[in-house]
Design a protein around this ligand. Structure first.
Ligand code: IPD
Ligand code: CA
Ligand code: CA
Length: 261
C-alpha cells in the first residue's frame, strides 16, 4: 500500500492504519479537556497515543517516544525517536469536520528518516523514507510545477493557541491572498504539508507549529521535491517548535519576500 521497503516503516504504517479506526467513529469523542486557550485534548487523542505507543514499542523496543500528549523533556534526540501527533486537527475532530490525521515520524541522528500521515476519513496514507521518494497509497507523488504566484493555491494557519499572533497571521494571509488565486485554512498541519507534497497546494505557512505537527510531513514534502523550512529558510528543529514555510520550491523565494513585508 505504501511502496516502502523498510520493514520497520511498513510495520509503523500498519499500526497507524489500524489506529485510524479510533478517529472515524462519530461517537468517538466522549471527553474534551482544555490544555490552554483554544487548545484541546480528547479521549481519542489519548487512546490513539496509547495504542501506537504499545504497537511501536513491540516493533522497536529501544526507540524513544515523543508525542504531543506526554512530557517529552527527558528525550535524547541524538538517539532514535518516534515523533507522534496522535490526532492532528483535534478541533476538526471535536466538530466532526472530518479532516484530521495521525502523523508519525522516525528521527535518527537529529533527522527524519521516515514519515507517515494518514487521513482515516479519505483513507489517504502519505509516506516516505529518506532517499526513497514520497507516496500516497503506494503511488509516487510530486510537488506541483506551478512557478507563478498568481497561479498558486496557498494555505495558512491562524495560530489558534496564540491569539496574540492573530494580527500577524491575518496580515500575512491577506498579503498572500492578494497575490495568489486563493487561500485555504483547513486546520490540520500534517495534511496541509501532504497537500503541498502531492501538488494540491503550492505553499503553506503557519506561524507556530510543534515538531509533531511537521516531522512526518516535512520529509514527505522533501521527498516529493519541495521544501519545508522556517520562514527565513533555516532548517526546522525537532527539539522545539516555530514558524514554518512549505512550498513546491519554485515559489519559495516569492513567498519569503511577501512574508518579510
Ligand atoms: C493543530 C493543527 C492546526 C494548527 C495548530 C496545530 P492539533 O494541531 O495542526 O491546523 O493550526 O497550530 O496545533 O492541536 O490539532 O494537534
Ligand atoms: Ca497537531
Ligand atoms: Ca494533536
Amino acid at each position: 500500500m505504501t511502496a516502502l521497503t523498510d520493514p520497520l516503516a511498513e510495520g509503523a504504517v500498519q499500526a497507524v492504519l489500524a489506529a485510524g479506526k479510533l478517529l472515524t467513529d462519530p461517537t468517538a469523542v466522549q471527553s474534551i479537556r482544555s490544555k490552554g486557550e483554544t487548545d484541546y485534548v480528547t479521549n481519542v487523542d489519548v487512546a490513539v497515543q496509547a495504542f501506537l505507543r504499545e504497537r511501536l514499542a513491540a516493533l522497536a523496543p529501544d526507540v524513544q517516544f515523543m508525542a504531543e500528549e506526554r512530557d517529552n523533556s527527558a528525550l535524547d534526540l541524538t538517539r532514535p525517536c518516534w515523533i507522534l501527533d496522535p490526532v492532528d486537527g483535534t478541533t476538526n475532530l471535536i466538530h466532526q469536520f472530518q479532516h484530521s490525521a495521525i502523523s508519525l515520524a522516525l528521527a535518527e541522528g537529529g533527522q527524519i528518516i521516515f514519515g507517515v500521515v494518514y487521513n482515516p476519513y479519505t483513507e489517504e496514507c502519505f509516506a516516505a523514507c529518506r532517499g526513497g521518494g514520497a507516496f500516497r497509497n503506494g503511488v509516487s507523488i510530486q510537488v506541483s510545477a506551478v512557478s507563478r504566484l498568481a497561479d498558486s493555491l496557498l494555505s495558512t494557519g491562524t495560530v489558534p493557541g496564540r491569539r496574540d499572533l492573530a494580527d500577524t497571521a491575518f496580515r500575512q494571509m491577506r498579503a498572500l491572498y492578494d497575490r495568489c488565486q486563493d487561500v485555504r485554512r483547513t486546520g490540520c498541519a500534517s495534511l496541509e504539508l501532504c497537500d503541498v507534497a502531492c501538488g494540491r497546494l503550492e505553499g503553506y505557512v503557519e506561524l507556530v507549529l510543534q515538531p509533531w505537527d511537521y516531522a512526518a510531513g516535512m520529509l514527505i514534502v522533501a521527498e516529493a521535491g519541495g521544501q519545508v523550512t522556517a520562514l527565513g529558510g533555516a532548517p526546522l528543529s525537532l527539539a522545539a517548535g516555530g514558524p514554518l514555510l512549505a512550498s513546491n520550491g519554485r515559489l519559495r523565494g516569492a513567498l519569503q519576500t511577501i512574508l518579510k513585508e
